[in-house]
Structures are given as C-alpha cells and as structure tokens.
Design a protein around this ligand. Sequence first.
Ligand code: GLA
Ligand code: ZN
Length: 663
Amino acid sequence: MHIGADYYPEHWPQERWATDARMMREAGFNTTRLAEFAWVNLEPEEGRFEFGWLDEALAVLAKEGIRALLCTPTAVMPAWLARKYPEALALGKDGQRLTWGVRKDSCYTSGALRLASERITRAMAEHFKDTPNVIGWQTDNEFGGPVCYCDSCRAEFQDWLRRKYGALDELNRAWGTHFWGQRYGTWGEIDIPMDPAGHNPSACLDWQRFHSWLNVRFQRDQVRILRQVCPQHFITHNFMGLFHELDYYDLAEDLDFVSWDNYPTLRTGQPQPRTRAASAADLMRGLKKRNFWIMEQTAGPGGWGVYSRNTRPGELRSIAYQQVARGADGMIWFRWRTCTAGREQYWHGLLGHDGRGLRRYQEAAQTAGELQALAPLLEGTTVKAPVAIIYDYDSIWAIRIQPGYAGNAYHADMARYYEALFRAGVNVDFVKPTDDLAPYKTVLAPDLYILPDEVAQALDVYVKGGGVLLADSRTGVKDATGLCHPRTLPGLLSDALGVAIEEYESLGEPGEPAGFSYAVRGEGDLAGPFTAIRTAEWAAPTTAQALAGYADWHMRPYAALTRNAYGRGVGYYLGTVVQEERFYDLLIARLLADAGVAPVVVPPAGVEVSLREGSGRRLLFLINHTEAEQAVDVPAGKLELLTNAATTGVLALGPHGVAVLQL
Ligand code: GLA
Ligand code: ZN
C-alpha cells in the first residue's frame, strides 16, 4: 500500500531533508508526492531547467526507502511566464485579467501556456524517467480552474460547437434559437453566454461542457507526453470529490486511477458521520470503477485565513479508515509539515511549524502501520455495491443553470437518499446514466433532469427486467441539448413509473419568503406527519399505487410517492421533497425490501459500515464517528483484524474507534 505525505522540500533548508525522510520512514511511510507548484523552481527562466535540487531530494528520500510521484507543476505558472505572455492569465467576466499569484489562474486556450506546459512536462519526464524511486505522476493540481472569457476562448468555443453540431442549422435547432430571435447566421456570431440566469439555457449548458473539455484537453496534452516518455509510470490526478465544474468521468478517462483530496473537518463543527466524504469516496471509485488513492488526506486544522477545528484523538485515523473502507488503496496526508510562509501557513500538516512529530504524526504512524499489516488482505478487494445512484454532470449543470423549483440542488437531493442508505449500512456505487445497470438490485436517479431517450429506454428495460428504480421530481424534463421534451412527464419513463405529471409548482420552505408546505400523508408507517417542501408535482397515478399523498384539499387527487409494479421490477416516484429524514429511511427500507437487499450489519446511529470484497475475502469495516462508545451487533466468531480477536456478537467501538472484520 502506498502511504505517506505530500512533501515540499523546496520549502525547507536542505539540511532538514534527511531528518524529514528519516521521520517518514519511522512513521511507516513509503511514498510521497513532490514538485506540486514547483514550476519556477524547475524552470527559473524560459527554457532553462534546474532539476538538481529535486534529484537531491529524491536521493535523500530513496535512502530511507521512500518512493515519489511527481507533479506536472502547471497549477502555478511562473511569474516570468505571466509577464511575458499575459494572455496566459484568464480574463474575468469584467474584462480584467486575473492578477498573478493565487495559482489556478490560467486560460487553457492560450497557445503560450499550452506550449509551456508541454515543455515542462516533457523536460521533467525525460529527466526523471529512470530515477529509481519515481513511480508515477500527478497531473497539475485539482483541475477546475477559472472560467476564462477571452477572445481566444470564445473562438475556440465556436470551433468546438462547429465540431459538435457540424451545421449551423443543427445548432440553431439544438439551442432553440427561434426564441427571442436568437438565430445565428454564422459561427462567428456566437458569443460566450456569460449570464447563466439570463442567457439561453442550452447555450449555457454547452459552454459548461466546453469549459470541462478545455481542462480535460489540457491534461490530455500532458498525459500524452508522460505515456510516451515514461510508459512504466502510473498517471493520476487529485480530484475534489463532489466538486462539479468539470465532468469528472471525462477527466478520469485518460488516467490509470483516480486520486482525491479529502478535507471533511473543514465543514463540520463537531464530529459527525462524514456522509459527504463517504459519498465523495463512492463517486471517486465510480469514475473509473476501480479503487482510488487519497492524495491529500486531512492532517490537521485547515484554512487559508481562519483554521478549522482540530481532529480529536482517533479522528485522523478514522478519517483515513473511512476512505480505505470505500476503496482507497493509497493514503497520502496533506501535508508533511506546516509551512511557515505563504497563504497556507494555517493549513496544518502532520508536523507543526516547529517540525516535531507529535500527536497527529503519531496517529498517522499508527494508522500507517495498521494499514500495511492489512494490505495483503486488502489486495484485490473493492466495494461491490448492490445499490447505484446515477450521478450526471449534465443534469447537475442544467439544474444550476435553470433550477425550476426554488432551492433545487442536486447534491442536497442526492444526499437525502445517500444518507438513508448510509444509515441502513448499505454500500452505494455512483454511475453514469449510460452505464450498465444490470449489476444493481436497485438504482436511484435523483434529479435526472436531462434525460436523453436512450437513457430513458435503458431505465425502462432495467425495471422491466426486475430492477427497482427510484426517480423523483423533474425527472426527464429536458433532452441532451437542454430543450424541454414535448411530452407528458415522466416521458419515456411513464410506463415504468405509472404516473402522469399534470402540473407542478415551487413551494420554497416554510420560513422563506413566499415559502409554504403541504402535509404528506401515507398508509402505515408512512402516516407521518411528513412535510412536502421545495416542490410539489401534481402527479396522477396511472398504473402506480399511491403510497403517500397530500392532505391539502386541492392536492388530494395527486400522489406524493408512488410504487409501480412493472414487468419483473418496480418503479418508485417521489414528486416532492420531504423535510423529515425519517421519511427517507422508510422509503429506502421499502426499496431495499423490494430489491431483496439486506445489509450484513445494521449500524447504530453514528457508526459507518462498508464492505470490501474480492479474491475470496470479505472485509467489513466499522467506524464510530461519535465520541461515545458504541455497541454494534455483528456476526459472532469472526476475526477482528486490528486486535486479532474473535467477535462475540457485540462489538464495542470506542470514540472514533475502528474495526475490520473478516467475514
Ligand atoms: C488543495 C490543494 C493543495 C492545498 C490544499 C489546502 O487540496 O490541492 O495544494 O492547497 O488544498 O488549501
Ligand atoms: Zn481564455
């Protein structure tokens, strides 16, 4: 297993390097990441390279048995580059160039920047291809960049559209330019749709896709060189979990595996189940359908101006285990030592400014030792989830461009289902709309706003063939180019779901200006009281059975939640957002029952369960995210791998405690 810390030798006197390398080895580390942001250190003047310092750093690390991956250092262009080629800096909406010095400020259509990026990539690849402890590459850093509005980007956007649509008539049709007299007579007339709240939604969607593609292309230019010069090295990139400015499926395509940067304590005031980090891990695993690395793992309080809370004793370890439980095969903490200079002085590493190996270092060392001991068993295992959630960048973008109901947001909607599955102790995969759904017993399609006919047909086939599908409000509103389908919704899913959406409205949330709610009432455990917020579709069941409806007089003919037996499967439809968490627990329980999915262990609140399996082994991870001791009912007579003790049937987990059972 690859374990270590992100290291910036250029931040420290060379006399210290040997101490750092020794302390890494003593912590059980074997891997580090170098040269991120070090472009100017490697190419201090255009075309003049200085690799000596990095050779020496690599040699010092090699002496302690530490391997390294190197970064293409392009996330910060050198000052000389910005000065000489000002067009390499992105142009903001206000027509101003970004001021150099905050990193990630590039225009990806700048020829000067693209050439310079290829030059430093090739020079590094040639120089380090045979360095024995260099094992792979990270491209750039956290692609996402600024959106650039310069003339060159506009011209490339026009070219991209020409390649996509071929004929201008096709674009005019796809964007619906008959509205507001928007028809284009030449490609050159097409402008950047800068105002996502005012411009044509179809144009905005293509602009977002183009922005994503520019980043993918910038990476691809580097990958091509690395593959050619260093075929023996792996190539990865450090993704940002649920960040969604780029189509991460596309960005992952050229890589050997995905890595990601995990900072869960930035968002949470107090320890709590890190469902966001869990879902991000599941998505990262889903991008290439294979295990991933953590390239930057929480090592302490983070923040650029104000630092976040610190990890409690045991929490740094449990943060790491959560990711291993969900498919991490590499664990690199960010960063080794807290830097004494620059904007990230308060982004804490395992070591403080003083360079001493205290509590956080020791906890990472303990974790590293345990993970190395587990490594032979983890080998060949991954998460094989019975449930899939469709994660679709087109829909996420289209909702942001035009949410429909007030407060519509993909991630909040998805999280309601995800968290209920997390509480139920069931693993989830994230999949593209076009992925094969056959391996899944149940598929959830939250906010599938953009629904091309082929996807709808595949979902129909899935249900007919025995799958359990859940879809919800505003499913299938638009086609792939962002035009509304001229059909009664849910369109091609009408048979599978057995409802007809006659009308719909925004509710907001009680307490918000103009916000109100409806009471939701169902039979049995769905009796509630539950509250419909945000949106209500006036959905008439056709063949579906209404499981819950609305109590308000004018809404009584309509269903809030329906279940439709269709072919050998079942289609659920939820035409609203329900405020109460418990509603989602009940809904997920029904879905799992229909799908015949039963978790191995039903965890108490605050405890996470995740199963890795493969190579004839099943490893069940249990993680206590609370600061209280938790008792978990587990199968008896199984080996707990961290203590080497057999389970008795009830397992005690201390605060932030972790256990790994071999089933
Ligand atoms: C990101 C970057 C790192 C560092 C941290 C902290 O994840 O990849 O280089 O800047 O954030 O800000
Ligand atoms: Zn530009």
